[in-house]
Design a binder for this molecule. Sequence first.
Ligand code: ADP
Length: 399
Amino acid sequence: MKTGRTPIKFELDELRRRLQEAEETLDAIRSGEVDALVVSGPEGEQVFTLRGAEHPYRVLVESMNEGAASLAPDGTILYCNGAFARMIDTPLDTVMGHKIGEFVEAGETEALAALIERGCSSAIRSEMSLRYRTGVILPTQISLNPVKMDGSPLIAVVLTDLSERQRREEAQEAIRLRDEFLSIASHELRTPLSTLMLQLALLERLDANADPSRFAQSVAKARNQADRMTELTNRLLDVTRIASGKLELDVANHDLGEIVADLVEQMSEEAGKARCEFRLKIENSVIVRCDRFRIEQAILNVLSNALKYAPGHPVSLVVERQGADGVMMVEDRGVGIDPDALTRIFNRFERAASQSGGLGLGLYIAREIVTQHGGSIRAERREGGGSRFCITMPLSIMP
Ligand code: ADP
């Protein structure tokens, strides 16, 4: 019997049928009428449910290096991935229900609350420091995006660990400071060296007997420059000793007031040149346990700065007991220090302003010496202009 259908026509009809079937399936998926798909393949039939389609996303989120979480509008953590739990230093199974604000640095909770408020309505990105229970601070970038889940407003949060970037930036900054320091140090050494060479050339030509006063003048100038170079090299050596932990202290009980009074006497010529008058207010018997030579060095650095940065102004010095501490305060009425530089000036090679003209080592050495004595040093801005430096050391004998 003849059917009237050629094999080619049969294949075309079959293809058309299959295409229509595929189109209908896609339409059904799009309109949400399908719960599951059964796909026949070499491994047999596989069932893909739409619920199962979440699985790849879950795996993706769980394997991210970034911390991901969803927050309620009040900052409660509703869901988070493993990376997020690690970044807030909390076991994954105990994170949910905590507020994200519990894990940020104390000073940043208000800023975070403002971010969450804005994150409820628009995408926003900022930087935030997380605080571990151990006290370690983790710098992060936080991105917030408003999302809706089953009609409820949520915030999707992504945290990126910035500590690596921060370490890189710090390393680059350290290299920049070191290079700047090397250029300043060579310049600082070259100046006295050139003068020294000049004086030596002059001395070679001079006849000491014929012109004794000019000869003596040149010798004095040469000695001055050699002293400056010795001071600079000693500072560099001290920095190396401090960096390698080889600053040895020979401690005994000393009166802080006596140390300061002696130093002021030694510096009278220098103070005269700077047209500065030292005004002293010293309490008796402020006894601290210290290496006298090193503490003198620390105080000298602070006093020399007062003369250098406040020429022509009086410099006040106070030594007194405050509770269990001996305190020394130096106050000048000079150019003062910018608020953002008040802590940074104690770092190695740091100068508050590039035109300071020093090596940026004096205060670093002072801080290292004082802290190795169990004390501290801080800089403040003086009301009405100028700076105040406070050195605090534990008293070794209580009155
Ligand atoms: P420097 O050799 O550059 O003076 P220091 O470590 O002693 O190095 O000081 C660091 C920086 O702190 C200085 O470069 C200067 O900018 C600032 N500074 C220190 N003492 C004072 C002061 N009394 N008044 C103003 N600025 C100061």
